[in-house]
Unconditional design. Structure first.
Length: 79
């Protein structure tokens, strides 16, 4: 038997970047900072799948441990 494994290493994108949280909400994150061992993101919510999250919500302390880089396309427009 012969096997071959090829692993693709995803490189973390630099800030600013799009990120997605565990719920599927998409954010535009502009900055990251480390506070007492925790990585916090500064950014704004740009797409929400949750009825409890408001598009445009801004924070300087999104907990980045619940986020990953967003792979895809986001289109913005005025309604």
């Amino acid at each position: 038997m012969k096997t071959k494994i090829t692993k693709q290493t995803k490189q973390t994108k630099p800030f600013p970047k799009l990120m997605i949280d565990e719920d599927g909400d998409v954010f535009f994150m502009v900055h990251e900072r480390k506070v007492i061992g925790e990585h916090l993101g500064q950014g704004v919510l740009i797409h929400s799948v949750s009825p409890f999250a408001r598009v445009g919500a801004y924070s300087e302390s999104w907990c980045l441990s619940t986020f990953k880089d967003f792979e895809g396309t986001v289109e913005l427009s005025n309604n």
